[in-house]
Structures are given as structure tokens and as C-alpha cells.
Design a protein around this ligand. Sequence first.
Ligand code: FES
Length: 178
Amino acid sequence: MLNRRRFFQYAIGSASTVLGFHWVAASHAAATAATKELDLDQFCLEYPYNSRCENYLPGVEATVPDGEAYSLEALLSQSRAGDRIPAEGLENLTYLAITNGPELASYGISAKCTHLGCTVDWNADEQTFICPCHGSRFDALGNVVNGPARDPLRLIAVATNQDRIGLVDQSPEANPRS
Ligand code: FES
């Protein structure tokens, strides 16, 4: 027969096991859901014309800084090849890149300076990103022109769906620097 003390030890142990099981199950479900979402982002970046991606915008929707979501059509009607357009949605500002056409490139350039993290500005006349903090300069693809920054600006994957633009916090499928 269980004495009182052993009974409580047993009860607490059983409760911990049950709670632990539920915690593991819940964590697993959350991880699976996150993986599925991430996979669909990845899948639709690779195969944007697949039927599963018909109404799916990978990543987060790009918005005008402090404003509304971008309209792809409106953006392109006002842009020229070589433009770099600031967009919000991710933790740091992203510059959208306009190529010949004009078309929206499948990559964007993070505005986070790789020296100490300030936000770089785009200088259209010089086709250069300039950091206001310590003067690092980067070319239109984010390659370092002048330090103190040593590393290029991060590239961001950009997707579109109908009239919307999505920013995906990962490297683009094709590297425009190579
Ligand atoms: S943070 Fe950009 S140059 Fe220092």
C-alpha cells in the first residue's frame, strides 16, 4: 500500500509526465506548421506558376514606408530601370530593385549596414547606398565600395502574386552578384 508521501511523489511524477508530453506534442505541432509555411514560401519562390501558389504570396507583403501595401502595377508604372525603392515588411527596410522593362527583380537589398547596423540611404544620382553613420558606401547591388563595412548588404528574396509584392527573409534563388 502506498503511504501518503509516496502517493504524492507518484501523483506529481505522473502530472509532470503528462504535462511534458503535451509540451512536446505542442512544440512539435508548432514546428511542423512553421516548416510547412516555410516550405510553401520556398516552393512558391521556385515554382511561382504552380497551382498551389496561385493565390499565395510568399513572405510578408511589402509596403510603402509608413504606408499602404505596394501595388506592383502602380510601382512599375512610376519606375525606371536602376531604381531602388524602399519597402517595409521585414525587420529592416528593404530596397526593391527595378530592372530593364521596367520589371521588379527577384531580389531586394537589405538597408541594414553590415558595419554596425545603421540604415543606408539610396543616392540615385551616384547609384550608391550610403551609410549615414560612418560613411560606408555600397554599389547598386550592395557590394562594398568603401568601408568601414567589409561585407556586402544582405540580399532578400522578392516574390510577386498578381498585384502584390512579398519579401521573404532569405537569400534569393538567383544571386545577381554572381
Ligand atoms: S554602421 Fe554603417 S558605416 Fe558604420
